[in-house]
Design a protein around this ligand. Sequence first.
Ligand code: FES
Length: 135
Amino acid sequence: MPSGFYGRRALEHFKSPHNCGEMSEPDGVGEAFNPLCGDRMRLYLRVEGESIRQAAFQAEGCAAAIAAASMTTLLVEGKTLDEALSIRDEDVAKALGGLPESKIHCSILAEDAIQAAVEEARRRRSSGPNKERGS
Ligand code: FES
């Protein structure tokens, strides 16, 4: 495939993103920002035990950033927090069928958002169990 073009899967995720929108009462939220282009991504996680049950995103950015965010929600769902932390930007780009060379860096937003969301989920958990209502 020519390195200057988006693959079919990347275009599909850009045109019809999965899990796009704010999640109510997430267990972890991570934000990533690229100061060079101004693009940003927010990743929401719903976690049960050690497993990510659901993910959603909001993003402002280029086609590659939107596609990467969409793919990221699919990649992290069903993974443990540790497994999610091992996802790298190359994994996201590869899952999209590759990105144009000039857009490879956009998938770094996804990796950064995963790291931030998992860290926050763990921080919330370590700050103590949720207080039971009414007790
Ligand atoms: S150009 Fe900014 S993340 Fe793609």
